[in-house]
Design a protein around this ligand. Structure first.
Ligand code: SF4
Ligand code: SF4
Length: 91
């Protein structure tokens, strides 16, 4: 699943345009039905090949909102990724 947006998301939209592979959708398109933004795990490349760190998490104003999740087979994973369930950006 790469990175995951958690339920502290405030739907500010800051992350969407930062994603280089258009992996993020807003709450209206979230396939889980939750009223938060959503990362498509089959698209997220953890920004490998684009940026030094996940751009969505760098742009997110909500502390700890975007967390590491499982690595998806066949997709890139950041070398310095953290444990599943830990914030991508530590404040
Ligand atoms: S880590 Fe990068 S590729 Fe994955 S959703 Fe965030 S911005 Fe998109
Ligand atoms: S930047 Fe953070 S709080 Fe804003 S929509 Fe994206 S995940 Fe939610």
């Amino acid at each position: 699943m790469a990175v995951k947006i958690t339920d502290t998301c405030i739907n500010c939209g800051a992350c969407i345009d930062e994603c280089p592979v258009e992996a993020i959708v807003d709450d209206s398109e979230n396939p889980t039905g939750e009223e938060i933004h959503y990362v498509n795990p089959d698209k997220c490349v953890e920004c490998v090949g684009y940026y030094d760190e996940p751009a969505c998490a760098a742009a997110c104003p909500t502390e700890g909102c975007i967390q590491w999740d499982d690595v998806v087979d066949g997709l890139p994973a950041a070398e310095d990724r953290g444990e599943k369930g830990t914030p991508v950006v530590e404040d």
